[in-house]
Design a protein. Structure first.
Lengths: 413, 308
């Protein structure tokens, strides 16, 4: 065990290395590339066993990952943003195959306009695919989550692929102290994959992922996958408890920070939630009863933990670093749906912020808490708010001038 | 918490500087966060890297708005607005400029509330993007200014970060870093930990509600050609190609068609270089058949320029 400075990408690679993965189908994309570069150099230098193959696209990469996992070997892969979307057809497909493996996604905003910095619309596009999703807030969590993810994926009550998400730049390129557990400790926690019935082999014919005609059989297979994901809630809690006992680091399905006596709660996912944590400390210093809830598991959705934490609070700022076009923040809708019908449910106020890596300042957290407190007092939520300032509008006006937008607005274009 | 920003050009080792300082603080028992900020830029373009250090776990992340220390590796970046070197400096901040001009000169020029210090340029390199030890030098000076890093911790950190490059490289960098550290001893510890945000007394954000605008305005479309000419990528240049017209054979199709940035214009067979947009890649220098294009360090070229 050693505590060293690692980037989020480095931590993800260490997770795969310690999990002793057998096969890594790979395709480079910013800001994920450092993960596969690290694995490639370790395998090349003989520091790590396993085989890394670069494929011609993310679509093929996911196909290879699913196919390899169907033979019962331990598979790891990583992608980001447009790459995840390019692989989307195969994400749904391999999840339907019921093959366990781990895919790391380094979040980056989606095109158009194209960008490099993070938000969660990429990973949320995979929300309904049948992958379980773990969302990380710091580099330590990235390493730990990869290990936890294999236990979760390979558990016979689940047997599904798991996606581990980390934010581009804010984690991928940021070094933080990370405790790298010793290989023996990890082997005890995560023994070699016992593939049981997963053994797709040459000369031993089996038809994977058959076609079904008619909605009856189709419904059966789809719903079974859903039930496998729901089992993931119990399995996750067991695995996280085992992890905490062995390694002394707790990664509950929902992080609750200073929530016990909180009246107002900030609720958000990913690395920006650590900014919210800092703001909670500042607000507590100023005598305000504020806490933070951060779902680490998005699929399966930890409804019970969230309800248990939220019922009885006065108000919640749900801060979505994503936007469902024509609806709004995804997390807001999900949280509202699980609170529906509960007596003493808190008032929810929806904020959308951090799109494309846009910063969220401490003052904005303070202001959100103020808005929520006032709304809870009135008993009525204000309309959803995009975190966007007058300065930012001035900046876009400048860019629009450079882009000759006025030609169009004057009808000359 | 200490919040430190390094500003330099792509290729000057700002990521290395942030990592050496980060590792040194970590070796001294601090919780640390360090990160470079890359964009789509390349060698010569302004980049920055940052370091946070605290005795407690660090929850803040991303860009540093209110730095306690800003280290500028390349003083030609200060007037470049896109570099944002002076952003967020206040009376509690320290600004350390790696420069051959005096601190007084910079104080007069900048009119910043920050305390201005100068780390004298040890050597002049031909290519600003290639100052060989600038990352290590900046990290060494910064380490002393913080006053919480010993020479030993600095040395260990530098070895950790540069070790893979071999002992000779480590030793040369270490000598320079320690020399820079010692140059700062009179102001050792001058940087203080910044204040934390105060939730009881803060300036609320000026949020606005975005209104609908038609797609003719709000789509991410550029409604004209050549708008990229407004971006003066010439600022990224560290070496300037200069044509010697006495030797130039007017084979303009060579240099003008091979310049990857289309920065060589031709009029009546005579090539001229558009220095607003020439990025200094020196492809033209390499391909010019009679060797009529010379690469001059930007600083030398600027000083030779006749005032307009
Ligand atoms: S390639 Fe050299 S010689 Fe030919 S036109 Fe260009 S500068 Fe002149
Ligand atoms: S150095 Fe020469 S080839 Fe390169 S951008 Fe400038 S003019 Fe073009």
């Amino acid at each position: 065990m050693s505590r060293v400075l690692l980037t989020g990408n480095g931590a993800a690679a260490w997770g795969a290395r310690l999990a002793r993965v057998d096969y890594v189908p790979a395709f480079p994309i910013t800001p994920q590339t450092e993960i596969i570069e690290s694995l490639a150099s370790w395998i090349d230098g003989g520091e790590m066993r396993g085989r890394l193959v670069t494929l011609e696209s993310e679509h093929s990469m996911l196909t290879a990952a699913g196919a390899a996992a169907a033979t019962g070997v331990r598979v790891f892969s990583a992608t980001s943003s447009q790459g995840l979307l390019y692989a989307m057809e195969m994400l749904y497909t391999v999840a339907g195959w019921r093959t366990p493996f781990v895919l790391v996604n380094v979040s980056r905003g989606l095109s158009a306009p194209i960008t490099l910095e993070p938000d969660h619309n990429d990973v949320l596009a995979a929300r309904d695919s049948g992958f379980l999703q773990i969302h990380c807030a710091d580099c330590q969590e990235v390493l730990d989550s990869v290990l936890i993810a294999y236990r979760l994926a390979e558990d016979s009550r689940v047997r599904q692929p798991v996606l581990v998400n980390l934010d581009g730049f804010y984690l991928s390129f940021t070094r933080e102290p990370v405790t790298v557990p010793g290989p023996d400790e990890v082997d005890d926690f995560l023994p070699a994959f016992d593939a049981e019935s997963i053994a797709f082999r040459a000369s031993a014919p089996e038809s994977q992922a058959v076609a079904v005609l008619g909605g009856g059989p189709y419904s059966y297979f789809r719903y079974e996958t859903h039930l496998a994901l729901l089992n993931g809630l119990t399995v996750y809690d067991e695995v996280a408890a085992d992890f905490a006992e062995r390694f002394g680091r707790a990664h509950p399905a929902v992080e609750a920070y200073r929530c016990d006596d909180a009246e107002i709660v900030l609720l958000m996912m990913g690395s920006f939630a650590t900014k919210a944590r800092a703001a909670v400390d500042n607000l507590r210093d100023a005598g305000q009863r504020v806490g933070l809830l951060r779902p680490r598991l998005l699929r399966p959705f930890p409804a019970h933990s969230l309800v248990a934490q939220l019922v009885g609070k006065r108000g919640v700022a749900v801060i979505d670093q994503n936007i469902s076009m024509g609806k709004g923040g995804v997390l807001h809708a999900e949280v509202a749906s699980v609170l529906y019908g509960h007596k003493d449910a808190p008032l929810l106020v929806s904020f959308v912020g951090g799109l494309g890596g846009r910063d969220i300042s401490p003052e904005e957290f303070f202001e959100m808490v103020k808005v929520v407190a006032a709304a809870a007092q009135r008993g009525e939520a204000p309309p959803p708010r995009l975190l966007y300032t007058e300065d930012e509008l001035r900046e876009i006006r400048k860019l629009q001038t450079l882009a000759h937008v006025e030609r169009n607005s004057l009808g000359e274009g | 918490m200490y919040r430190i920003r390094f500003h330099g050009r792509g290729g000057q080792g700002m990521k290395t500087a942030s990592r050496i300082l980060g590792s040194a603080l970590f070796a001294e028992g601090f919780e640390v966060q360090d990160a470079p900020r890359y964009g789509a830029e390349r060698r010569g373009a302004p980049i920055f890297a940052y370091v946070r250090a605290d005795r407690r776990p660090i929850n803040e992340r991303g860009i540093i708005r209110r730095p306690d220390l800003v280290v500028v590796a390349d003083d030609t970046l200060i007037p470049v607005p896109a570099a944002g070197v002076l952003a967020g400096l206040d009376a509690y901040s320290v600004l350390l400029i790696h420069s051959h001009e005096s601190a007084d000169t910079w104080r007069r020029r900048l009119n910043t509330p920050a305390r201005v210090l100068v780390l004298p340029l040890i050597e002049e390199s031909a290519d600003r993007a290639d100052l060989p030890y600038v990352g290590a030098v900046c990290a060494g000076a910064a380490a002393c200014l913080l006053g919480v890093i010993s020479e030993d911790a600095l040395a260990t950190a530098l070895r950790d970060e540069l070790g893979p490059l071999g002992e000779a490289v480590v030793q040369r960098n270490l000598d320079k870093a320690l020399a820079a550290y010692r140059q700062m001893v009179e102001v050792c510890g001058v940087v203080t930990e910044g204040r934390e945000a105060n939730a009881a007394d803060y300036t609320p954000p000026e949020w606005i509600s975005l209104a609908f605008e038609g797609a003719n305005v709000s789509a991410p479309v550029i409604h004209a050609g050549l708008t990229s000419s407004a971006v003066k990528t010439g600022l990224w240049r560290t070496l300037r190609p200069v044509i010697d017209y006495d030797r130039c054979g007017r084979c303009w199709w060579v240099c003008s068609s091979l310049c990857p940035d289309g920065a060589i214009q031709v009029e009546e067979g005579r090539p001229t270089i558009d220095y607003d947009h020439c990025k200094g890649c020196l492809v033209c220098v390499a391909v010019c058949p009679p060797h009529a294009i010379e690469a001059q360090p930007e600083r030398t070229a600027e000083s030779l320029e006749t005032p307009k």
